[in-house]
Design a protein around this ligand. Structure first.
Ligand code: GTP
Length: 330
């Protein structure tokens, strides 16, 4: 953060819902965002747009009146540009406070089409002011119904975007029917996110608050093999692990193989923490604090994890979680 910016901004009394809209280049993010922002109930939404390339156009292409639009040119939201993202949030919140108006009711962040959302989420969780001021509503990822499969084959960025999503939004289904293969692929990459045909859904539910009607999920495929040596391994733990045992297993994996561990996501119950399961997230070397859930989201009560890895053997993962009697499907 730029020195001094924190002093000029106050934490709002209620955290502001923030949703991140990500998805590969040209997959329909800006088009969808325009549709969402045109919903009257979603007025007073601030928008941050992070665009790849020196010439930023998306804010001009956004055919909607957002309350405030901040453009982050050249915004591959990774590495050094992360600081720009934190500063942009500060500026947005501070200028609103300076205007004397109540805080924004919500904020939408459109990432660049090449961004790995992991570092973006890290930026938000690593800054205490932003963490207190914002509440992550969801990460929604647009998937092009026409080009999606090929894009997932060719671009690890697209795989990371799909894996990190809380909601997968299929776009362009007016151009071609959504194929079973694409659904299968998405279900394997991300076993928890509902898959929604954006065309059929209420725009007001897509990014904030509501839960849009999802398509039936196909069963994850037993052989989800991806290009570039990237593949997904689903692991079910048959016995609850202790928090320490789990932290050592996942932490050791991230320490020794972080660059091969593109994404870990899961729902895990611990032997020494009764109550609901924890949502587990890791991106490469970064492990996020577990988010405790009050209850399991569906009838499946098994602890389960998905590892998206590059050139990492399943056995190397499974042996670390031996205390949980893991069963892996890749
Ligand atoms: N037919 C059809 N075209 C769409 C749909 N969504 C987006 N498009 C078109 O696809 C093109 C790219 O859409 P954008 O919304 O700019 O995609 P984006 O993901 O914001 O693109 P980047 O900012 O480059 O990453 C535009 O020509 C849109 O009009 C859709 O659901 N149906």
């Amino acid at each position: 953060m730029t020195p001094g910016l924190a002093n000029l901004a106050e934490v709002p009394s209620e955290p502001i819902p923030l949703s991140v809209l990500t998805g590969f280049l040209g997959s329909g993010k800006t088009t969808l965002l325009s549709r969402i922002l045109n919903v009257p109930d979603l007025s007073d939404t601030a928008v941050l747009i992070s665009e790849f390339g020196a010439v930023a156009l998306d804010h001009q292409l956004l055919e909607a009146a957002a309350d405030d639009v901040v453009e982050l040119p050249n915004g591959c939201t990774c590495c050094a540009v992360r600081q720009g993202l934190a500063d942009a949030f500060y500026r947005l919140l501070r200028s609103r406070q300076a205007s004397g108006r109540a805080p924004f009711r919500r904020i939408a962040l459109e990432t660049s089409g090449l961004a790995d959302p992991g570092p973006t989420l890290y930026t938000l969780s690593a800054d205490s002011f932003l963490e207190a001021s914002l509440r992550l509503d969801r990460v929604a990822t647009t998937i092009d119904a026409v080009l999606g499969e090929g894009t997932l084959d060719r671009y690890p960025e697209a795989v990371a975007q799909a894996a990190v999503a809380d909601l997968l939004l299929l776009t362009k289904s007016d151009m071609a029917p959504v194929t079973d293969n694409l659904l299968q692929r998405l279900a394997s990459l991300n076993p928890t996110a509902p898959i929604v045909d954006a065309r059929d859904a209420e725009a007001s539910d897509l990014l904030f608050g509501g839960a849009p009607r999802a398509l039936p999920r196909p069963r994850p495929h037993a052989t989800a093999v991806h290009a570039h040596g990237i593949r997904a391994l689903s692991v079910r733990l048959q016995r609850p692990m202790s928090r320490l045992g789990f932290a050592m297993a996942l932490g050791g994996l991230a320490r020794d193989h972080g660059e091969k561990l593109l994404r870990v996501k899961g729902l895990v119950e611990f032997s020494d923490r009764p109550g609901g399961p924890a949502a587990i997230h890791a991106v490469q070397h970064t492990l996020y604090p577990p988010r405790w859930l009050e209850r399991w989201p569906d009838s499946d009560r098994a602890s389960r994890l998905v590892f998206i890895v590059r050139d990492l053997e399943s056995d190397e993962i499974l042996r670390r979680f031996a205390d949980g009697s893991p069963v892996g499907v890749s």
